[in-house]
Design a protein around this ligand. Structure first.
Ligand SMILES: C[S@@+](CC[C@H](N)C(=O)[O-])C[C@H]1O[C@@H](n2cnc3c(N)ncnc32)[C@H](O)[C@@H]1O
Length: 304
């Protein structure tokens, strides 16, 4: 990402959560605050762009939709990033709830984007110190948006800007007086590994393995190497969009070697969900057309 560039994909994933919260049932993940992150004007503009995109990509299909609502629902369920966005957030907060019961006191949200956890999960947030780490430009944008909304930032939420490609996560966390390096910590890293060079992904994981106490965990999602061979419309479109907005896909990992890759970093691969496993956990029995995203995996690793 460019130095002063706000992550457009963080707004896209927030829009997916906002759409799901206000249109779909049952909810895979209910981010009921996400719709507030967009002004009415921004909502209209996004819908306009999606409609233009459908017309440009699939003109025949576009003309077959009876109305805009149907077209939008088709796009969200079949083309957008909604399925992986919703399932990874749900997975993360499910695991976080269990982790709190096991004594986790800190939650570090890496590449937080427009994550609303600290404002939304009033049932558990008081049990944690929460640290949102993000690229400086995206974080500054989010803070401005929250100020404009008049949301009160809880005193246990701390915003820390870091660029994973050239910043120092360890120093940034250590400089925050509320961060306790001895406390059991839960990290999430959602929708970020895709856009970083592989060495930056491994370097960040290695840093966490060194600074967080034994038993701390990290949840992240990633694209498998098979995604590079995916020639489906959805995959091609995803690649085109990420290039257009200046956040091209950079890293893919081999699921069959993930456990040994993690082990070399000092991390134990404790849970690893493939698309069929994500499908059966979060998408089964739905009457709509949301399904787990091809070639996208979820991993939970634990500091050894
Ligand atoms: C697709 S968004 C995902 C946001 C959020 N985690 C979610 O699931 O909606 C990618 C996030 O990674 C962050 N990011 C990308 N490159 C980064 C970098 N080099 N350093 C820090 N953050 C980065 C962006 O600012 C953005 O918030």
């Amino acid at each position: 990402m460019e130095e002063n560039q706000v992550s457009q994909l963080s707004l896209t994933t927030a829009y997916c959560r906002a759409y799901h919260a206000s249109h779909d049932n049952p909810k895979i993940f209910n981010d009921f605050l996400a719709p507030f992150l967009f002004t009415e004007e921004e909502h209209k503009l996004r819908i306009q762009k999606i409609m233009q995109g459908i017309k440009a990509l699939q003109p025949e299909r576009a003309s077959s939709f009876p109305d805009q609502e149907t077209a939008l629902a088709w796009f969200m369920q079949n083309i957008s990033a909604a399925p992986i966005t919703l399932s990874r957030s749900r997975y993360t907060e499910d695991i976080l709830e269990q982790a709190i019961k096991r004594g986790v006191q800190q939650y570090v949200i890496l590449g937080a984007g427009m994550d609303t956890f600290a404002y939304r999960r009033t049932d558990i947030v008081n049990q944690l110190q929460v640290f949102e780490i993000d690229h400086p430009a995206t974080q500054a944008y989010k803070c401005r948006r929250i100020a404009a909304l008049g949301w009160e930032t809880p005193s246990n939420l701390h915003f820390i800007p870091v660029d994973f490609t050239n910043g120092d996560l360890k120093s940034a966390l250590s400089a925050c007086s509320s961060y306790n390096p001895k406390a059991l910590t839960f990290f999430s890293w959602l929708g970020v590994t895709y856009y970083l060079p592989q060495d930056a992904v491994f370097a960040t994981l290695r840093t966490i393995a060194k600074i967080a106490p034994h038993g701390s965990s990290i949840v992240f999602d990633y694209f498998s190497t098979d995604a590079k061979k995916d020639i489906s419309v959805k995959a091609q479109l995803g690649q085109q969009i990420s290039i257009q907005v200046g956040e091209p896909l950079k890293s893919f990992f081999d699921p069959s070697t993930l456990a040994s890759d993690m082990s070399q970093l000092g991390l134990l691969l404790a849970e690893h969900l493939s698309p069929p496993e994500i499908e059966s956990r979060y998408f089964q029995g739905r009457a709509d057309n949301y399904h787990a995203t091809q070639n996208t995996h979820l991993a939970k690793v634990v500091v050894e």
